[in-house]
Design a binder for this molecule. Sequence first.
Ligand SMILES: O=C(O)CCC(=O)C(=O)O
Ligand SMILES: [Fe+2]
Length: 364
Amino acid sequence: MASIPESFENNNNNKNPISLDHIIPPDFKNILKLPTSHIWTPSPDDHHPLTNNSEPVPIVDLASPDALALTAKASEKWGIFHVTNHGIPVNLLSEVEVQTRKLFELPVSQKLLAVRSPEGLTGYGLARMSPYFPKQMWHEGFTIMGSADHHARQLWPHGHHITFCTVMDEYQKQLKALTERIIGLLFKSLGLTQDDVKWLKPKNGSITSQAVLQLNSYPVCPDPGHAMGLAPHTDTTLLTLLYQSNTSGLEVLDDSNGWVTVQPLPGALVVNIGDLMHIISNGRFKSVLHKAVVNQTHHRISLAYFYGPPMDAKVSPAMKLVDPDHPPLYRPVTWKGYLDAKKKDFYKALGSIKYDVNDKNECN
Ligand SMILES: O=C(O)CCC(=O)C(=O)O
Ligand SMILES: [Fe+2]
């Protein structure tokens, strides 16, 4: 089975190696005027986000007896929601934030010691979606898969890597359990049992999921109105769990209200339905377009925990959700295949696996 590092590789069989311009972040602290390379022309739907008069993004209290129904409703209407009473200790959240800030506050020369390789997935660098856009984002990231030890030693050769890795290991362990719990709720709300989605598990049973922890940093920006933190995208995952600390910046595109700010809720985590969950739910759960904006006063950080099935497991609309009135919307696809589709045409990946009305429908 392909492992995540192979499958996420940028090499495209070395036909299109990613240029270093799309990997190496600039020294944001020393940029006093937004360079042309970072100026984004506003698009028609880039109007000011509605923070006051639009309906707020829902909050699901996981300890509530209504958690199941609320999760389903929020996933159908929004594709994104806050969770409270999630069981991740507040001091662990504060600690991951401290460690993340420590990393991004290192001098650029030191951060570059842990830069992601052109073929690689993990380490320090610009957003992996950078090559798909003509302009640069006001963003730097650090990607972890499993242990961060290798790159953390490059950042901190004199010992701090141990604390950093201990905190990130614990966070990943707890987030994995929470993500699986929320996925269980989502499946249950769709009427699916473990058996209905057993094809999500690999045949040899050795690896049951794949996950990536992405630390995002949005430095203070001299001209936030013309800059972009993270360009609009949907997540390629089953589910993403985001911790956005206390600085706002995350916005989601609401069909009727345009861009809506997901205001940080102290101690809460944000759950974001990914494209693969949208496919399994046969379009019932929304995979929402979201982006991150930047600001002039606060260095914003966020941590995104991306969770998906084994790379080679076939993902398709669940059979139970398909009937003559609800034909399958998408063709079966592996996560690996879907990532390749996204590499080919970033915004058209879902469309590329959508059944044509004339197709003979089949599903798992
Ligand atoms: O920083 C944020 O609020 C959003 C991050 C995000 O969407 C991502 O990492 O995929
Ligand atoms: Fe995202």
